[in-house]
Design a protein around this ligand. Structure first.
Ligand SMILES: *Cc1c(COP(=O)(O)O)cnc(C)c1O
Length: 231
């Protein structure tokens, strides 16, 4: 298996090619290296290769790694997995962006934590666009109310956009049409709220090229950078 640096180079090439097909700019797509199960050394290496952020799935694992001090480099740290309300405070202490906000209850727990820490936090709303019962995320129907509620009530959370994880086993057509729906949801929300919403976090190792073709601005990549996960 090739090294992390080579994998990141070829990831960038594949992003550029996919974007180019649609007349989009691959350089505008940021890369979150998803580091669940990876060692502190692997994380450092990805950070040194210039990925835009590191992504962790679970607060617990992130806290352990935080204590190893590895990811305190200059690269922002994102939470990409589900967040329980009772871990909001810990999450607010270590992450610079929470990509998985999917309820007003969670948003207000984060708001409270950020107020007491005296900090601001970037957030994305996770949308269960494929209506997959095994996935977290707000439904597309409930998204506008959640976005408005968060936008109106919070003083510390900066709503930057949307995030999704697709159901497994879709073909190209199904995959692209769900990614396109995410882009449309973002565009509608943008005019409804009158704010920019620059981030569309979509695309993982197996589907990021389709995501980029449909307007993703942020891909979250694990195995295509680090190899297959061993649990
Ligand atoms: C694990 C994970 C990824 C990356 O998955 P790969 O298929 O290894 O690229 C992206 N997003 C989330 C939310 C994840 O949990």
């Amino acid at each position: 298996m090739r090294g992390i640096a080579d994998n990141i180079d070829s990831l960038r090439e594949r992003i550029a090619r996919a974007a180019g097909k649609m007349g989009l700019d691959g350089d505008a797509v940021s890369i979150v290296a998803v580091t669940k199960t990876r060692s502190a050394e692997e994380m450092e290496e990805a950070a040194l290769c210039g990925v835009d952020a590191l992504g962790e799935n679970r607060v617990q694992e992130a806290l352990l790694k935080w204590d190893l001090s590895a990811p305190r480099s200059s690269v922002p740290w994102h939470l990409v997995g589900h967040l329980q309300r009772n871990k909001a405070r810990k999450a607010a202490e270590i992450f610079s962006c929470i990509q998985s906000v999917d309820s007003l209850e969670l948003a207000s727990a984060l708001e409270k934590a950020c107020l007491s820490l005296g900090r601001r936090m970037n957030v994305l709303l996770e949308v269960n666009i494929g209506e997959d019962p095994d996935k977290y995320g707000v439904s597309r129907e409930d998204l506008p109310l959640l976005a408005e509620g968060l936008f109106e009530r919070s003083t510390t959370l900066d709503l930057k956009g949307l995030m999704t994880v697709l159901p497994l086993g879709l073909d190209e057509r199904g995959t692209r049409s769900l990614f396109a729906s995410m882009r449309e949801l973002r565009d509608r929300l943008r005019s409804r709220l009158g704010i920019d919403l620059p981030v569309l976090s979509m695309g993982m190792s197996d589907d990021f090229e389709y995501a980029v073709m449909e307007g993703s601005t942020m891909v979250r990549i694990g195995s295509a950078i680090f190899g297959r996960r061993k649990y």
